[in-house]
Design a protein around this ligand. Structure first.
Ligand SMILES: [Ca+2]
Length: 191
């Protein structure tokens, strides 16, 4: 056995010894448990702060995306698709849209994706961004109608829609096929 072979064998023995050290497993476990605790603490902090920090918005009206891509786009900007679970939240959204000038540019209709959907369970609509049930009853008359194609329900994602001049929808919700492309609105918290 040459000296280099001896050296190699020695290193391998040391490696096995380190892995089988009696303290190795407990140390790894302790590290993982503390990481989980740190993560849950930061989540709690985020929820606690949510109460007194104002939302900020982003209105995407330069290109249309399907619901899944719109959700991903918002996340890529550090935001979430918008959730609207009260009259005051709707008022903030309407104010933002009005200030954006969208309706001044010869636009009379607007449909935009929110985070609402019932993808998890039929007719159990949630705001994915907050985890809340859709408790704010702002459905367009006759909606959600769970539109179907070939016996399969395809209308499972929620738009906020507004028709300036027509009858019907006035900043109200409608379930639409998630694959359809609409404008979208993202929200985040200012901190
Ligand atoms: Ca519908």
């Amino acid at each position: 056995m040459g000296s280099s072979e001896l050296h190699q064998q020695h290193i391998e023995i040391d490696h096995r010894t380190a892995l089988s050290h009696p303290l190795f497993t407990p140390i790894i476990l302790l590290f993982m448990v503390s990481a989980v605790f740190r993560l849950s603490a930061s989540n709690r902090d985020a929820i606690a702060y949510r109460g007194f920090l104002q939302k900020s918005y982003y209105l995407g009206t330069t290109f249309r995306l399907n619901w899944h891509k719109a959700a991903a786009f918002c996340r890529s900007q550090g935001r979430f698709l918008v959730s609207i679970n009260s009259q005051s939240q709707l008022d903030e959204v309407i104010e933002y849209i009005n200030k954006s000038g969208f309706f001044n540019a010869n636009e009379s209709n607007l449909q935009l994706w929110t985070s609402g959907n019932d993808l998890g369970e039929q007719n159990q609509f949630l705001w994915t961004s907050t985890g809340e049930r859709i408790a704010f009853d702002r459905w367009t008359q006759g909606e959600p109608n769970h539109g179907r194609v070939n016996d399969c329900t395809v209308e499972r994602c929620v738009v906020l829609q507004h028709y300036q001049n027509g009858p019907g929808a006035t900043y109200s919700f409608d379930d639409r096929p998630c694959e359809k492309e609409y404008f979208f609105m993202c929200e985040s918290l200012d901190g």
